[in-house]
Ligand binder design. Structure first.
Ligand SMILES: [Fe+2]
Length: 281
């Protein structure tokens, strides 16, 4: 017979199970999300070009180095053409920045690694974080861009300063870039996609920040998404009316509450394809 006491005990055990799964299992089980993104005017040299995105590592007492190193190992095993780091390397404390960046400097990609800052990276002081990133030889995009050339084609990868703590400037970041060159913009916060300067070509924004909401109810609804646009930027690929596509990664780590539930961490492998390429290719 199910007594009230047994029912409560069962509920508590279930709650503990959820908590255990949420706090211990999911954060250390980052999976690879493979996403194909069609880009208008992508040159043949970039058909199939892969970009590994790692975001929101949030190194802390909870998100430990052995987990981060496992993520790095997985990222390197994908043999991406480019790896991008889209910010929030630590959760709160300055002392975690150096080991996080040191570990991430072990990332390998054919055309190297590019990075931007997230809002948490300003907590120890912007100059400090920039210094740590520079000391480990990782290029940092601060309202600036890099041009990548391959087999006679080129793409632009730009990065903006953080939307909450700084002044993102896509026009400044893309200054001097040929309008015919496909443009990928790294922006930690997805909301900046809604404020891109009119008439400025941006084909793809790679963002993080929202962590997929960290906790998702059945049907994938996330009750808490730190975005003014709610579920729109809780994770995945979004196409804006202006033609820009925005990919929001659920990220690697956790922040605020030490829980992920029904919202596993991800590292992302984006594969670029020309807009009209054969879908079976
Ligand atoms: Fe974050």
């Amino acid at each position: 017979m199910i007594t009230r006491r047994n029912f409560l005990k069962g509920g508590l055990l279930l709650g503990a199970g959820v908590l255990f799964d949420g706090t211990v299992l999911e954060p250390t089980e980052a999976g690879v999300e493979e996403v194909e993104v069609r880009i208008p005017g992508l040159g043949p040299g970039f058909d199939g070009f892969t970009i590994c995105q790692i975001t929101d590592v949030h190194h802390s007492r909870v998100i430990r180095l052995n987990y981060i190193n496992k993520v790095i190992e997985t990222a390197n095993s994908l043999k991406p053409d480019l790896t991008v780091l889209t910010g929030d390397y630590i959760d709160q404390k300055k002392r975690y920045m150096e080991p996080a960046i040191k570990a991430l400097s072990g990332l390998k990609a054919g055309y190297g690694v590019l990075s931007i800052l997230g809002n948490h990276d300003y907590f120890p002081g912007r100059a400090y974080t920039e210094g740590v990133i520079a000391s480990h030889g990782i290029p940092l995009l601060k309202n600036s861009h890099a041009i990548i050339e391959r087999k006679g084609s080129s793409i632009c990868v730009a990065g903006v300063a953080d939307y909450i703590e700084d002044r993102p400037d896509a026009s400044g970041a893309l200054k001097g870039v040929d309008p015919l060159t496909p443009r990928i913009l790294l922006s930690h916060h997805p909301d900046y996609s809604e404020e891109l300067p009119e008439g400025e070509r941006v084909d793809l924004v790679l963002a993080g920040h929202t962590h997929g909401g960290q906790v998702r109810l059945p049907f994938g609804i996330a009750p808490i998404v730190p975005s003014n646009y709610g579920q729109k930027y809780s994770g995945g690929l979004v196409r804006l009316a202006r033609g820009t596509q925005v990919y929001v990664s659920r990220g690697i780590g956790i922040s605020m509450i030490p829980v992920r539930f029904n919202c596993p961490p991800e590292l992302t492998l984006i594969r670029l394809r020309p807009e009209n390429a054969d879908r079976r290719a």
